[in-house]
Design a protein around this ligand. Structure first.
Ligand SMILES: [Zn+2]
Length: 315
C-alpha cells in the first residue's frame, strides 16, 4: 500500500509541478528570500531584550538596546567609539553646550568688597549641577580636546604663562570649543611668599599675557596651590579679577578626592583637574562621579558672570 500510495503521490506531484507557472515560482522564491531575511534580522536582535523573565515578548522589545552604563571610554582613556562626533550614550550626563546650558544659575557672585575679591570654594545651589575646572596647561594633548568636545564640557582653564607661551594655538582651539581663560599667575608661584606688589605683578602680568596670546582676558583667578592671603585678594581685585576660585573636589591620578568628608560629588562642587598626561583617566573619573551623583557638568564661568540677576523662571 505504501509503495502504491507513494507512486500515486509522486505521479500526482509530477503533474502539479508541470502546472507551476513561472510567476508562481517567482512568488515562492521571493517568499523564501523574505523569510531568510526576517529570520536573519531577528537573530541579530538582543534576545534578552526581546524576552523578559517570563519569556513574554514585551511591546517595547524592538526599541533600541539599553546602552551599557559606561562613560564610553576604554581603559586607555580613548572613547570606545573612537570618535568625537558620535552621540553620547543615553545615560551620559547632559552636555553643557550652547542651547543646552542646563539648569539656570541660582547663585549670585558676591561683589568685590573693601577692595577684596570674594573667595568661592563651592557654589551654593539647589540645582543638580557640578563644575569642572582645569589648571596649569602643562600637557597639550589632542585627547583632552577630543574628550572635552565629545562631552561638550565648557569650563574655565586657569593657565600659567610658563605653559601657554609655547603653545597658545592649542588653548585657542579649546577656547573655540567654549572653554574660557582664567588667571593662575605667570610661573605658578606660591603667592603667600610675595608682598602685595609681587603678587599684583604675577596676577596682572598673567592676565595681560593671556589676553595678548589667547584673545581673552581672564576675570577669575585661582591661586597656585590654593594658597592666598589678604594681599592676594586685594591684588586680584586690582588686576580686574572678580573672584578667587578654589575647589571642593579633585580628579587626580585617575580617581576622585573629596573635601569636607563627602564620599562623592554633591551639587555645587567645583572640581579641580589638570592638563597632565593622565588627563583622560582624570576626566573619566570626573564623568563617572558626576553620573553616580546624578549631577550635570555646567560651565562655572557662566555661573560666575557679573550682574546676572535671578529671574522668576530661575527661582
Ligand atoms: Zn596650578
Amino acid at each position: 500500500m505504501t509503495a502504491i500510495s507513494g507512486a500515486v503521490y509522486w505521479n500526482g506531484m509530477k503533474g502539479v509541478r508541470t502546472l507551476l507557472h513561472d510567476q508562481v515560482r517567482t512568488i515562492i522564491v521571493l517568499t523564501v528570500i523574505g523569510l531568510v531575511l526576517a529570520v536573519n534580522g531577528i537573530w541579530k536582535l538582543d534576545w534578552p531584550v526581546l524576552f523578559n523573565d517570563a519569556g513574554i515578548l514585551p511591546t517595547s522589545s524592538i526599541s533600541p538596546r539599553t546602552p551599557p552604563r559606561s562613560t564610553g571610554l576604554l581603559n586607555n582613556g580613548q572613547p570606545a567609539d573612537g570618535g568625537m562626533d558620535k552621540p553620547l550614550p543615553a545615560d551620559s550626563p547632559p552636555r553643557s553646550g550652547e542651547g543646552d546650558a542646563g539648569p539656570q544659575p541660582d547663585y549670585v557672585l558676591p561683589p568685590v568688597t573693601a577692595g577684596l575679591a570674594p573667595v568661592v570654594n563651592r557654589i551654593e545651589t539647589s540645582r543638580p549641577v557640578v563644575f569642572l575646572t582645569i589648571d596649569d596647561g602643562m600637557t597639550a594633548s589632542p585627547e583632552a580636546s577630543r574628550l572635552l568636545n565629545r562631552y561638550r564640557i565648557k569650563a574655565p582653564m586657569f593657565l600659567n604663562d610658563v605653559y601657554v607661551k609655547d603653545k597658545p594655538d592649542y588653548f585657542k582651539r579649546l577656547i573655540a570649543q567654549g572653554m574660557t581663560v582664567g588667571s593662575h599667575t605667570v610661573d605658578h608661584t606660591d603667592l603667600t611668599t610675595l608682598d602685595y606688589a609681587g603678587q599684583r605683578d604675577e596676577i596682572c602680568q598673567n592676565a595681560d599675557n593671556m589676553e595678548n596670546w589667547l584673545g581673552q582676558r581672564p576675570s577669575l583667578f585661582r591661586p597656585p596651590y590654593g594658597d592666598y592671603d589678604w594681599n592676594t585678594r586685594r591684588a586680584a581685585a586690582d588686576c580686574g579679577m572678580r573672584a578667587l576660585v578654589m575647589w571642593s573636589a579633585k580628579a587626580n591620578g585617575g580617581s576622585m578626592q573629596y573635601q569636607d568628608g563627602h564620599g562623592g560629588l554633591v551639587a555645587g562642587d567645583i572640581v579641580l583637574m589638570h592638563f597632565r598626561p593622565e588627563f583622560a583617566q582624570d576626566f573619566e573619573a570626573f564623568i563617572d562621579a558626576a553620573k553616580a551623583a546624578g549631577l550635570q557638568p555646567v560651565n562655572l564661568s557662566e555661573w560666575l558672570r557679573p550682574h546676572k540677576p535671578l529671574t522668576d523662571a530661575s527661582i
